[in-house]
Ligand binder design. Structure first.
Ligand code: WAQ
Ligand code: MG
Length: 260
């Protein structure tokens, strides 16, 4: 039996009661790894660069193996733009290459730039207009129930390409689930961790493109924008993102370029 394990942590109380989001994590593990997984998530919430969590919620839920879908790990490339300004311009170009209309890409980017508080989840916008489509307010849509199909093989494959660290690992798993979603055109993301400036644009067309700096060092503001096509059924998409258990497999010949 496999279990979905989810953690969310906040400072100054629960998220729903005004607490500030500190950290979240997702995994799908067998029973014998539940204790270790929960412990690692608690430690991470307690020692986070964004602050000291005083509220930590861990949810453990059995997953029926028949309900699990598989998706492929996205190929990784590294962009060369090193400044925040150039990086953001190049990120817009990547979004356009993935099929997002340029004005929508620019609006999506400015949504993230203008955040005054980090959200816990992602914003869904129309890939043609850039209009926001979800009604999750300042919470955002949280992608859940995803993990590497084989955690050790995944870590080893990344390491062979010079990729390591929890940020890139978790982002790749999330982005691979999202890119496989019905109706997703592309995703734009950068971290809300003050000491982590890298971000990415991901899509099934162009893979996962890493940018070394999409925000200034020290800024505790980040987020995610999912660009969705106008034919997608919002309720189905949100259900897939939040509820569908997905394990990410490494395709034969997977290509990764680590250095940013
Ligand atoms: N579902 C939807 N949105 C999420 C989720 C989720 N499960 N987790 C985080 N977010 C949103 C939320 O708004 C956060 O404030 C924001 O994303 C950033 O989350 O290649 O670490 O976990 O080196 O800080 C990208 C670059 C790292 C990795 C992203 O995001 C690389 C990162 P963080
Ligand atoms: Mg973070």
């Amino acid at each position: 039996m496999l279990y979905s394990v989810r953690m969310r942590a906040a400072e100054n109380g629960d998220h729903g009661e005004g607490g500030r989001h500190i950290s979240g994590a997702e995994s799908i593990v067998p029973e014998e790894e539940l204790g270790r997984t929960a412990e690692a998530m608690i430690n991470r919430a307690l020692r986070h660069a964004k602050g000291q969590a005083d509220f930590i919620n861990i949810t453990v839920e059995a997953v029926n193996s028949g309900d699990i879908a598989m998706a492929a790990l996205l190929p990784v490339t590294a962009a060369k733009e090193v400044s925040v300004e150039e990086g953001r311009q190049a990120a817009v170009r990547s979004l356009v290459q993935a099929g997002v209309a340029e004005p929508a890409a620019v609006r999506g980017l400015s949504l993230l730039v203008s955040l005054t508080e980090s959200m816990r989840g992602a914003v869904l916008v129309c890939s043609e207009t850039g209009n926001r489509l979800d009604s999750s307010g300042t919470r955002g849509i949280r992608v859940s129930r995803m993990a590497a199909a084989d955690e050790n093989a995944f870590a080893a494959a990344l390491l062979r390409k010079g990729l390591s660290g929890s940020h890139v690992k978790e982002a790749l798993i999330l982005a691979s689930k999202v890119a496989a979603a019905p109706g997703i055109v592309a995703e734009l993301c950068w971290s809300d961790d003050p000491d982590y400036t890298a971000g990415y644009v991901a899509s099934s067309v162009a893979g996962y493109v890493r940018f070394p700096r999409l925000k200034p060092l020290g800024l505790p503001l980040g987020g995610r924008v999912f660009f969705i096509n106008r034919y997608s059924v919002l309720a189905e998409l949100v259900k897939y993102l939040e509820k569908q258990p997905v394990l990410i497999e490494i395709p034969d010949g997977w290509s990764g370029e680590g250095s940013v």
